[in-house]
Design a protein around this ligand. Structure first.
Ligand code: NIG
Ligand code: FE
Length: 423
């Protein structure tokens, strides 16, 4: 017999998701919202969503393991953070200060700071230390409403540490309520003293076969930019990644427009990320090829750079995803804050911003089972906001409005005194 796991009742609104939940639909389509609504969860999936009296009649809260009174509150899908570098050791807060004094990200990188500095700290850390660091960041993400998060390797840049990072990501996935999606990113930077072409050879002929044999990573990502990897090198890595069973993703057009977007379109990559400097032709190519654009407004904010042109993608009906890019250069675990930046910095509507951190984040991770929505049958990952509508998510910027988080219908996080009743 099916087990009734949770009922969230009397919500001021339940946001179900975008009107059409098929990939490539008009991302500006209105949200499906239900007022005075409830959500019932059976076996970890949404069994019913609709008027509170009807849903609770059919699914009495007293029979549920978890009953949440959401009176006056907004219930939204759990956030899907489709781009993070959440596994790293060390501290680069001094680089934040240096950047404020006028140093550029690439000057810092050329001096051995930036990614390479984090590589040194990550190589030196033990597996258990790395796991502890990642779990603590995942706790913060969960408390801010994230229920699924991609995490990249890429601070090892050698076979041993890249594999160690992916192993730690898999261990964190087992232990933490957040579903963690592992991405291999050996091509994140060229290690010091190594010739760039030789390093690409190493990624392709040593790292990727080892990653394939390990069997953890799902995606392969590459930093295609000035001071990182050329389009040709990126193509080699992503094609070899695909042969190893890893779907391609790419960091493109962050600092320079090298042609990374065209490469993503050509390969039919799952996503192309950053896109701060993409041209109209790049946008056209990405949309035409069905590549999910992942915009990272926190990075633009932290760099003091211009934001990506979200409107260019939205006008063409692309399912724009917004992610945190959480890393030592962009130190925020909060997708709520990213949603505020998406609205104020990229002129997205609150509804578009919400879809970008939920359903479209799921599409950027190739999850098409309803993840990021609260449609019937979707995974019951949901957030109760301490606010009457989803608009408050971006509107109340830099404040965490998340009160309760359910993952698969179980309480994964409850702010003290939130009134979530669980037995
Ligand atoms: O997506 N741009 C490349 N990689 C990361 C930054 C990583 C770092 O600075 O440690 C990014 O922003
Ligand atoms: Fe990144």
């Amino acid at each position: 017999m099916a087990e009734l796991t949770a009922v969230v009742r009397d919500a001021a609104e339940v946001v179900v998701g975008p009107e059409e939940a098929e990939r490539g639909d008009d991302a500006s389509a209105p949200l499906v919202r239900r007022e005075d609504a409830a959500v019932a969860v059976v076996d970890g999936r949404v069994a019913a969503v609709g008027p509170s009296d009807e849903v609770t009649r059919e699914h009495p809260p007293e029979n549920a393991a978890v009953a949440v009174d959401a009176a006056g509150k907004s219930v939204i899908p759990g956030f899907v953070d489709a781009h993070t570098h959440a596994l790293f050791a060390g501290d680069r807060s001094d680089e934040f200060e240096a950047k404020l004094r006028g140093k550029t990200y690439q000057e810092i990188m050329a001096e051995g700071g930036g990614i390479l500095r984090t590589v040194g700290a990550t190589r030196a850390a033990s597996d258990d230390d790395l796991l502890e660091i990642l779990l603590s960041h995942l706790d913060t993400m969960l408390a801010h409403g994230t229920t699924t998060a991609e995490v990249k390797s890429g601070y090892g840049l050698d076979v041993e540490t890249e594999l160690r990072m992916l192993e730690v990501v898999a261990r964190a996935d087992e232990r933490h309520p957040i579903d963690v999606v592992p991405t291999f990113m050996g091509a994140h930077a060229v290690p010091p003293g190594v010739d760039a072409d030789d390093y690409v050879d190493e990624v392709v002929s040593e790292q990727l076969p080892a990653v394939e044999a390990q069997g953890i990573a799902e995606f392969c990502d590459v930093f295609c930019d000035e001071g990182a990897f050329t389009v040709e090198a990126s193509r080699r890595v992503l094609e070899a990644g695909r042969e190893a069973g890893l779907a391609p993703k790419i960091h493109a057009d962050e600092f320079a427009t090298l042609g990374g977007s065209r490469l993503a379109a050509d390969l039919g990559a799952t996503s192309a990320d950053h896109l701060l400097r993409s041209t109209d032709e790049d946008v056209e190519a990405l949309v035409e090829a069905g590549v999910v654009p992942v915009l990272l407004p926190g990075t633009a904010f932290a760099l003091g750079a211009g934001y990506a042109d979200a409107g260019a993608f939205l006008d063409r009906g692309a399912p724009v995803a917004v992610a945190t890019d959480f890393n030592p250069n962009c130190y925020s675990q909060s997708l709520g804050f990213a949603a505020s930046l998406a609205c104020v910095g990229m002129r997205m509507t609150p509804a578009q911003a919400l879809v970008s951190v939920t359903r479209n984040g799921a599409l950027a991770l190739d999850r098409t089972d309803g993840l990021g929505t609260l449609r019937e049958g979707a995974p019951a990952d949901l957030v109760v906001l301490d606010a009457p509508s989803h608009v408050h998510l971006p509107y109340n910027f830099a404040v965490n409005a998340v009160e309760t988080v359910l993952k698969g219908g179980e309480v994964a996080h409850a702010r003290n005194g939130s009134g979530a009743a669980h037995e």
